[in-house]
Design a binder for this molecule. Structure first.
Ligand code: HSE
Length: 436
């Protein structure tokens, strides 16, 4: 059979890693795909830059459209990132009848509905395993391996940079900015690192996971995102003392009322395996009704781990390209005409437990006032600790864990607690999940 010709758009970290893996493992890959797969063309903004890959045998250009318009190219790898040029290139590649493999989570999360519709109309495939959790084959696991299940919920550490920052702060007491700079130097952080620390990147990935888990259209605009910049060392220490770790989780849960889509710092019991996922590693816990909880762990970023997913997608595309387009695995796991219009819940409708930290005067009745307010909102307390007052201060830190409650009730209770004359400042709250 004729070799399959691949054009690579972008020769940065992921593009470079992909060239290396496809070249190094060419023989094994051909045995798996049933055909030789060769990169014949690649584009990069600057052809004189030092690269992590050997581009010998690849025709290079600064103009990605040359590759899109080349009739010899069967599969385009979009490894540029972003949602402007990348979107134009992907839509043009589809229009030219080319299959596309992309690692672009923002593109899929924001424009995937349109991209998939156009691809289906043209009978081409869009593969995006590398868009979520780098080298972990989580898309394939949910879309294919768990396709007999009703997925009930999933929770993941799906941003390596954020996890690296939280781990270094906890273990080494390092500064936020210092750790972020290291993640940037290692090539893990997004071009705009606020995407990592404010939960936007995790929100993109959660959007994709939720769609394939529940069979709903991609809806990034309905994801609640909260970053890690407000996490203090004190919270990390109090959480540890109570038997919890703070992780930045993406959570998607199907409830009777609708679907919760949320990214936020979360206390989780330290005995859970996922609580021990440290550094830039990613992990996703998926609960299916038949299988129970399943956990997927691995490198969530980096050149070759991400290339591992890109190349697996290329092989999948090659295997399926001569088959009947009607019988391919659907882009979003469910048949395109069977996506469900399940409501996405507003944050006030979330149901979860909470860690609360407040500062109150150390005198009789103060705690009773706080617990009375919580009780009036049907919020049960799971644990409570009162610390020594810090040197020179009369107020004491009080830390509480609540049982599951409606966020709306908690917000109302916090407003009342903050009005107590015996309570100083704001009540700091972090959501808590037992992931049981
Ligand atoms: N910035 C992302 C992360 C890269 O840190 O996880 C992989 O998507």
């Amino acid at each position: 059979m004729k070799p399959v010709k691949v054009g690579v758009l972008g020769l940065g970290t992921v593009g470079g890693g992909t060239v290396n893996v496809l070249k190094r493992n060419a023989a094994e890959i051909a045995r798996r795909a049933g055909r030789e797969i060769i990169i014949t063309r690649a584009s990069a903004r600057d052809l004189n830059r030092d690269r992590i890959c050997d581009t010998q045998g690849i025709s290079l250009t600064t103009d990605p459209f040359e590759i899109i318009n080349d009739p010899e190219i069967d599969i385009v790898l979009e490894l540029i990132g972003g949602t402007t040029l990348a979107k134009t290139l992907v839509l043009k590649a589809i229009a030219q009848g080319k299959h596309v493999v992309t690692a672009n989570k923002a593109l899929i999360a924001l424009h995937g509905n349109e991209v998939f519709a156009q691809a289906s109309a043209k009978g081409v495939m869009i593969a995006f395993e590398a868009a979520v959790a780098g080298g972990i084959p989580i898309i394939k696991a949910i879309r294919e391996g768990l396709s007999g299940n009703q997925i009930q919920w999933l929770a993941g550490i799906i941003n390596g940079t954020g996890n690296f920052i939280l781990t270094e702060m906890r273990d080494k007491g390092r500064d936020f900015a210092d750790v972020l700079a290291e993640a940037q130097a290692l090539g893990y952080a997004e071009a705009d690192p606020t995407f990592d620390v404010e939960g936007i990147d995790a929100g993109h990935k959660l959007t994709i996971l939720a769609s394939i888990a529940f069979g709903i259209p991609l809806q990034f605009d309905k994801v609640y995102t909260e970053g890690i910049t407000q996490i203090t060392r004190a919270d990390v220490e109090y959480a540890e003392a109570l038997g919890y770790r703070i992780k930045h989780l993406g959570i998607a849960r199907k409830t009777a009322e609708g679907i919760e889509l949320r990214v936020h710092p979360t206390l989780i019991p330290h005995r859970r395996l996922i609580a021990n996922v440290d550094g830039v590693m990613n992990a996703v816990l998926v609960k299916g009704d038949a299988v129970g909880p399943t956990l997927y762990y691995g490198a969530g970023a980096g050149a070759e781990p991400t290339a591992s997913s890109v190349v697996a997608d290329v092989i999948d595309v090659v295997r399926a390209m001569t088959g009947d387009p009607e019988n391919r695995v659907p882009h979003l796991a469910f048949q395109a005409d069977s996506l469900a219009d399940i409501p996405i819940l507003a944050p006030e409708q979330f149901r979860t437990a909470y860690y609360l930290r407040l500062h109150a005067e150390d005198k009789p009745g103060v705690l009773a006032d706080v617990t009375r307010i919580l009780a009036s909102h049907q919020i049960s307390i799971e644990a409570i600790i009162q610390k020594e007052p810090p040197a020179g201060k009369s107020s004491v830190p009080i830390i509480m864990l609540t049982q599951n409650t409606l966020e709306h009730e908690l917000n109302a209770a916090i407003t009342e607690i903050e009005k107590l004359v015996t309570v100083t400042g704001k009540v700091n709250r972090i959501r808590l999940e037992t992931l049981g």
